[in-house]
Structures are given as structure tokens and as C-alpha cells.
Write a protein that binds this ligand. Structure first.
Ligand code: SAM
Length: 331
């Protein structure tokens, strides 16, 4: 089978697919206060177009496709998409990233449709604070969503908390306890300077080193280093002894993990983004709509991968993606 190998000898096996750039939350660090999403229906990739792109990627060696957004559960008939992607030979892992606001009534069906695991964003366990960070989110709904995911048998379930100094950094320990109680995993994410919102959020940057200090103090002698297939990405993770919970950090800024990057991103409008922190992209949607053949599109993908940048430059150049917002890129 063909493989996608970039000029830095990285094998690309993971595609993050944003299925919509709409979101029902407006997290401070993800999108600016005035940011509006008014993408027309026709500008979005249809499910048929999306499935065709994923099939072409799978023929080039992609095995994992994450559904993200915006908020992926807002996209109509998302179950249908999950089933379509699950039928593509070679795709054996279809995780979901969600804020879980709409998850509770859908978790079981999603699991049956092939969504085997889920990452859930949750930045606070205090109702008021949660509402403030998400600009209107409903913590109860999110917790119901987490519990429904557990009930459905999705595994692993990972909570993602963006840690912000002076905003929610006092909740690191409470969040670990919450994850332990539910026998699920937890990851603490450093703020990244993506878009105006992300750049503002970096004022509240809380470093990985500080997060790790807090984790070690909270769980003395209880952290066992892990290296599982699913955590071999950017997360650094530890199993907490005598629990079913792992705890980890994702620190794109303190700890540049680009040398092991195995992923590219597809936006809801069909743009292939080669690096989260760089501008380089091509429109696969335009190629499809121009009537290009599978072979021509695969050649363009291979050509794009040959231009994948070596690394992000969050530390030296904080707006090298032309002010795009994380909500449009998919995290
Ligand atoms: N709506 C879904 C969710 O809430 O997970 C998927 C999309 S969201 C853009 C994906 C991830 O990006 C979330 O975990 C979110 O916390 C993270 N994220 C967004 N902006 C960020 C930033 N500036 N720095 C770090 N993480 C960010």
C-alpha cells in the first residue's frame, strides 16, 4: 500500500476532520468574542465528498480519522457519516472530539455507529466558571454527556482541560479526582496562540512544568509512565496506580513535539491544513468540484505532504495562520 511520508521522514497516518465550523459554545481561548460562523451549506464538504477524501487518504495509509469541529455533534446526521467512514477499508479508529453538550442522547448510537472513543473538553467543575469560560455553556449537560459516553462503552474516554492561570488553574486536583471517580482519563492542555482568541489566552499561559508539579504533588509516588499506542501522540501520560485513570499533559508550546507529528487536518470547507501552526494548505474541495480523478487528487495530496512544514513556530511567530480561529481548524 502507498504511504504518506513527509520530507522529515514522518509517516502520516492520522487525519483530523472538522465536520462543521459551527459551535454551540464560544470558549474564550478558541474564538474571539465577535467571531461569527456563517458558512453556507454548499461551502461545506458533503458527506459523500468527505467519505471520498477519507477513502483516498486511507489508500495512502491513513488509519485514524478523528471527527472534530466546531462542534461535530451539531452536524446533521453525524451518525450516517460515522457509518460511512467505518465502512472504508483501512480506517480502524474513529475517535470524536466534542464539548459533550449534545452527547447524552447520542452516545449509545454513536458507539454503535463505530465511534469507539471520545475526547471531551471540560475546563471547570464550577457551574458559573464553566458558563463564563464557554460563554454560556451548561456544565450539567456536559457531565450527563460524559456519563452517557461511559455507559455506552466508548473506551478510552479522555477529558481535555485547557489550563489557564488565574482562570481555572485551581481546579487541576479536582479535575483529576473527577476523572478517577469515573474511571476515565484526563489531559491538561497548555493554551496555544492560535487566532486572536488563542493569542489572548496565552496571557494566562500555565506551563506544562507547573502542571506536572501540581500532578506530582497531588499524587505522590502514584504515577507510572505509560507508552500506549493511543497516547503516543503529543500527550505525555502516566497511569495513576490503583486506579483506571491516566493523567497527562499536551504542551505544544513548552514542548515542541513536531518531530513525531503524524497528522494533517481537513477543515469543514475541505481545506487540507498541513500544520496547526502554519499557513500551508490546499483546497481538496475545489479539486473534487473541478471533477479531478481519484488519481489526480491522490497525487495532489502526496505533493502537499511533500510540503508539510517541519514545525510550528508558536514560540517565535504567533500569528502565522492569518488569524484563523481554532474553532475553524478543529484543534
Ligand atoms: N468542540 C469540540 C471540543 O470542544 O472538543 C472540538 C473542537 S475544539 C476546537 C478541540 C480542542 O481544541 C478542544 O479540546 C479545545 O479545548 C482545544 N482548543 C481550542 N482553542 C485552544 C487554544 N487556544 N489552546 C489550546 N487548546 C485549544
Amino acid at each position: 500500500m502507498d504511504q504518506l511520508i513527509d520530507p522529515f521522514n514522518r509517516k502520516i497516518t492520522y487525519l483530523r476532520v472538522s465536520v462543521t465550523d459551527h459551535c454551540n459554545y464560544r470558549c474564550h481561548y478558541c474564538r474571539g468574542e465577535d467571531h461569527l460562523t456563517n458558512t453556507a451549506r454548499d461551502d461545506l464538504l458533503s458527506y459523500e465528498e468527505l467519505a471520498r477524501i477519507v477513502r483516498l487518504f486511507s489508500e495512502l495509509g491513513i488509519t485514524k480519522v478523528r471527527l472534530t469541529g466546531g462542534e461535530p455533534l451539531l452536524r446533521k446526521d453525524i451518525l450516517k457519516l460515522a457509518i460511512m467512514l467505518g465502512e472504508i477499508p483501512g480506517i480502524d479508529d474513529i475517535p470524536l472530539s466534542t464539548n459533550a453538550h449534545l452527547l447524552s442522547p447520542m452516545a449509545e448510537q454513536l458507539q454503535k455507529a463505530g465511534i469507539n472513543r471520545v475526547n471531551i473538553s471540560i475546563d471547570s467543575l464550577s457551574q458559573d466558571r464553566f458558563k463564563q469560560i464557554t460563554r454560556g455553556g451548561d456544565l450539567d449537560k456536559v457531565i450527563q454527556g460524559i456519563d452517557a459516553a461511559i455507559e455506552s462503552g466508548m473506551h478510552p474516554i479522555k477529558l481535555n482541560m485547557v489550563v489557564m492561570r488565574g482562570v481555572n488553574d485551581d481546579e487541576i486536583e479536582a479535575m483529576i479526582n473527577f476523572a478517577i471517580e469515573r474511571k476515565i482519563d484526563i489531559r491538561f492542555i497548555e493554551t496555544m496562540p492560535i487566532g486572536t482568541a488563542g493569542i489572548d489566552a496565552v496571557d494566562h499561559h500555565y506551563s506544562e512544568a507547573d502542571i506536572l508539579k501540581r500532578i506530582h504533588t497531588h499524587l505522590p509516588n502514584r504515577l507510572v509512565t505509560t507508552k500506549s499506542k493511543q497516547t503516543s501522540g503529543p500527550a505525555k501520560s502516566y497511569l495513576i496506580s490503583d486506579t483506571n485513570t491516566s493523567v497527562g499533559t499536551i504542551s505544544a508550546v513548552s514542548n515542541n513535539f513536531c518531530s513525531s507529528c503524524n497528522r494533517v487536518r481537513l477543515t469543514a470547507k475541505g481545506r487540507l491544513i498541513l500544520c496547526l501552526g502554519q499557513k500551508n494548505s490546499i483546497s481538496l474541495r475545489d479539486l473534487l468540484r473541478l471533477g479531478k480523478s481519484d488519481k489526480e487528487i491522490k497525487n495532489m495530496i502526496v505533493d502537499a505532504i511533500n510540503r508539510k512544514p517541519e514545525k510550528h513556530e508558536f514560540d517565535t511567530d504567533i500569528d502565522n495562520i492569518d488569524g484563523a480561529q481554532m474553532v475553524e481548524i478543529g484543534g
